[in-house]
Ligand binder design. Structure first.
Ligand SMILES: [Zn+2]
Length: 194
């Protein structure tokens, strides 16, 4: 099984970008260095600020292509070592796990005719209510179900920790969503016979 690591600078950048984006979804692509047989370390990432709402994110392919071209140029086109690993985006209002739409998008990217990768990783991240980074990493391989893989964050002092996605919504968010899905009582009453 592959393992995904997040370099300290990238973890710090994600934290900062997530804080600035507030309730809007943001995302981009992951540029990695392969540091072990199956260990991929995220060493840079693109950040698309526009195109996200609180519940969806539209990917700007051209922006990310430019970013990746630059990364490959800077790292000397050593594709075995430095390459595109996949995508990331935030779920400020939902648990940091891929939605059915996210999974579909990853298989669509894998199926693109000019896609050189035979597998892709999707990182979904968010800020916890206490301001910490939460997230999940899933690997997508054609013809296989998504596989959740370990996501390890490296700290500047060299310590590492595995991050997870909290499956539960914050109380505030849960109440808001309950409010969204239930029509107001007045409206319900209008449709009743008695
Ligand atoms: Zn998503």
């Amino acid at each position: 099984m592959i393992e995904v690591r997040l370099a300290p600078e990238c973890a710090a950048r994600l934290q900062r970008e997530l804080r600035l984006a507030g309730s809007n979804e943001i995302g981009g692509v992951l540029a990695t260095e392969r540091v072990g047989e199956l260990v991929y370390r995220i060493v840079d990432l693109s950040v698309q600020h526009r195109g996200g709402s609180f519940a969806a994110f539209w990917r700007d392919a051209r922006l990310h292509q430019r970013f990746m071209r630059r990364f490959l140029d800077l790292t000397g086109h050593q594709y075995e070592r430095f390459n595109y690993l996949g995508e990331w985006h935030s779920h400020p209002s939902f648990p940091a796990m891929p939605s059915p739409r996210d999974k579909q998008m990853m298989y669509e990217l894998l199926a693109e005719p000019n896609q050189p990768a035979n597998f892709l990783v999707l990182l979904v991240v968010k800020r916890s209510t206490s301001g910490k980074l939460e997230g999940s990493a899933h690997a997508f391989l054609r013809g296989h179900r998504p596989l959740q893989v370990p996501l390890i964050i490296e700290a500047h002092d060299g310590t590492i920790s595995e991050v997870a996605a909290s499956p539960r919504l914050s109380l505030r968010r849960a109440l808001l969503m309950r409010g969204d899905s239930n029509p107001p009582p007045q409206k319900q009453r209008k449709h009743r016979w008695i």
